[in-house]
Design a protein. Structure first.
Length: 292
C-alpha cells in the first residue's frame, strides 16, 4: 500500500559480510559453496518480480549447491538480523526504507522488523536477498507468516515492484446504529484487470485491514463528531461536509488510500446520518454547545 524504493546492495558483499567472523566452519563452507547460486538466484528474483512472475518460483528446502534451509535461516537470524553482526547494517538500512517509519503493507503501524516476502522457511535461497526483505510492522509480519503463492492472483502487493498508490481502492461504509461504526472494503477501479483486482482483495484480506482499521475509525469518528455537530448547527449539512472534504484532501495529499479519507467519505455519503441521525440529536447537541 506504500510504494518503496528497491534496496540497492551488492549481494556478494552481503554474503561476505555475514560470514566474515563466522566461527561455525561447516555453516561458513556451505554458504561459500552456495554463494554464486545465491547471487544468481537473487538477480533472477529481481527479474521475475519485475515481470510479475514470482509465483513461478518453486518452494524448496535446499540449494542445488549444498546450503540447506537451516543454513540460510541461521545466516539470516545469526548474522544478518542480529545486532553487532556483519549483516546488521543492511538489516537496519532496509528498515529505514519506508517513509515516516510506516509499514508499507498496512500503512498504519510502525516498522519494527523485516518480512520475507517469499518466506525463508519455504524459499531459503532468498533469506538474505534485499529485494525479498520488506520493512514491516510485527502484526503484518505475523499474519502473513509462512504464506506462499501458487499464482499471480494470490500474490500480495510487493512494495518494491507494485504501485497501487495512484488510484483509490480502499473504501468505507458507515454502520448505522448507536454507536456508529465503520467497515472497510476494496472497490477497485474499473480500469484494473482481473489479476490486479484479485491481488488488491487478497492483500486486504491477508493483512486483515478491515479488522485493523475498524477501531481506529471508531476513535476518529468520536473525536470529530462534536466538530461535525458544531458546523452542522452553524451552517447546516453543506458546511459540515465542506470541512470533511478538506480533511479528505489533507489525508490524500499524504497518501491517496487511507482509512481516514475513506471514513470521512463514508460520513459524507451516508444519507441516514445527515437526514435522520444528526437532526434527531441536535437539540442535545445544541445544549452541549451552548453550555461551553
Amino acid at each position: 500500500m506504500i510504494k518503496l524504493e528497491k534496496p540497492q546492495f551488492d549481494q556478494e558483499e552481503i554474503i561476505m559480510d555475514c560470514i566474515s567472523n563466522m566461527k561455525d566452519g561447516l555453516l561458513k563452507q556451505h554458504i561459500l559453496d552456495s554463494k554464486n547460486e545465491i547471487i544468481i538466484q537473487s538477480d533472477d528474483y529481481d527479474r521475475k518480480a519485475s515481470a510479475g512472475e514470482l509465483s513461478n518460483i518453486l518452494v524448496h528446502n535446499i540449494l542445488k549447491s549444498g546450503a540447506t534451509k537451516d543454513d540460510m535461516i541461521n545466516i539470516y537470524d545469526r548474522k544478518f538480523a542480529r545486532k553487532g553482526e556483519g549483516g546488521r547494517k543492511y538489516y537496519d538500512a532496509i528498515r529505514l526504507l519506508s517513509p515516516n517509519d510506516k509499514c508499507p503493507y498496512c500503512a498504519q503501524h510502525e516498522v519494527r522488523t523485516l518480512d520475507h516476502y517469499l518466506p525463508k522457511a519455504k524459499y531459503p535461497t532468498y533469506a538474505i536477498t534485499p529485494c525479498n526483505l520488506i520493512p514491516s510492522c510485527r502484526d503484518c509480519n505475523e499474519v502473513k507468516l509462512g504464506g506462499n503463492f501458487s499464482s499471480r492472483k494470490e500474490e500480495t502487493i510487493h512494495p518494491y515492484y507494485d504501485d497501487f498508490t495512484n488510484e483509490k481502492w480502499i473504501v468505507a461504509k458507515m454502520i448505522e446504529g448507536d454507536p456508529i461504526a465503520f467497515e472497510f472494503a476494496v472497490k477497485c477501479p474499473a480500469s484494473w484487470d482481473d489479476i490486479k483486482k484479485a491481488r488488491a482483495q487478497n492483500h486486504f484480506e491477508i493483512f486483515q485491514l478491515d479488522k485493523l482499521y475498524n477501531p481506529y475509525a471508531s476513535d476518529e469518528f468520536r473525536a470529530c463528531f462534536n466538530r461535525i455537530k458544531r458546523l452542522y448547527k452553524r451552517g447546516g449539512k453543506a458546511l459540515a461536509i465542506k470541512d470533511l472534504m478538506e480533511h479528505i484532501e489533507d489525508k490524500e495529499d499524504v497518501r491517496l488510500n487511507t482509512w481516514q479519507a475513506a471514513m470521512y467519505q463514508a460520513i459524507i455519503d451516508n444519507e441516514w446520518f445527515w437526514d435522520e441521525y444528526l437532526p434527531q440529536i441536535m437539540p442535545q447537541a445544541e445544549w452541549k454547545v451552548g453550555s461551553i
